[in-house]
Design a binder for this molecule. Structure first.
Ligand SMILES: CC(C)(COP(=O)(O)OP(=O)(O)OC[C@H]1O[C@@H](n2cnc3c(N)ncnc32)[C@H](O)[C@@H]1OP(=O)(O)O)[C@@H](O)C(=O)NCCC(=O)NCCS
Length: 183
């Protein structure tokens, strides 16, 4: 059966992140979010040693050996307009997965409210189900009321407050709320 699309829903596609398009993750995140994320933060998602650069004649190896990331770019007519970056959280012994933590979810302003964020979240939820993980966590700045309401709409509840979690670009800091969705 063909699903009917809502009038303002965009039929975007989700792209895997590779060394050829990873720059878009950096650009979208830093354009949308009030915190600066260095490029190194994103290189960690690439498979270990899949990407290398030379800095001061020293070979720099990117990628992460022991973290599991879930990352996608959302593209509309081939143009990246949103992204998600999440990773598996493990228990204290680093053995049992206890949840997936969304580090970044960001949609460029003109493309919001077109169910693209929902599609990115669905991708992470599907990954949870495949791995028998039942919790999705996220931190949100207490000031980011639209995002808090959005997470609530999509089934997250507030669970805790982390004081001074975010160091903002203007030098100030603010508290974060931990929100959790149980699948
Ligand atoms: C939060 C964000 C990711 C949501 O993505 P989006 O693509 O705009 O949201 P969607 O269109 O998928 O929204 C899904 C549903 O939530 C509703 N919704 C959208 N914004 C909402 C809001 N602020 N409050 C309540 N509901 C909201 C939509 O109407 C839609 O409802 P429907 O499916 O029943 O029609 C996006 O707005 C964004 O990038 N914001 C800025 C960055 C940010 O704050 N990121 C989170 C940091 S932790």
């Amino acid at each position: 059966m063909k699903m009917k699309m809502k009038h303002n829903e965009y039929n975007c596609e989700l792209l895997d992140v590779t060394k050829n398009n990873i720059q878009n993750l950096y650009i979208i995140s830093n354009k949308v979010l009030p915190i600066h994320y260095p490029m190194e933060y994103f290189y960690k998602i690439l498979p270990f040693e899949s990407y290398t650069t030379t800095s001061n004649k020293k070979k720099v190896v990117h990628g992460s050996k022991n973290e599991i990331f879930y990352t996608k770019l959302a593209a509309y007519h081939g143009i990246p307009i949103g992204c998600i970056k999440a990773k598996t959280l493990f228990n204290k012994n680093n053995i049992i997965p206890i949840g997936i933590y969304i580090e970044i979810i960001a949609i460029l302003g003109p493309y919001r409210n077109k169910r693209i964020g929902r599609k990115l979240l669905n991708y992470v939820e599907d990954e949870c189900k495949k791995s028998f993980i039942h919790k999705i966590y996220v931190h949100v700045s207490v000031n980011n009321l639209p995002a808090i309401k959005w997470y609530q709409k999509l089934g997250f509840v507030e669970s805790d407050v982390l004081p001074n979690m975010y160091q903002l670009n203007d030098g100030n800091s603010c508290n974060a709320i931990i929100m959790v969705k149980t699948l």
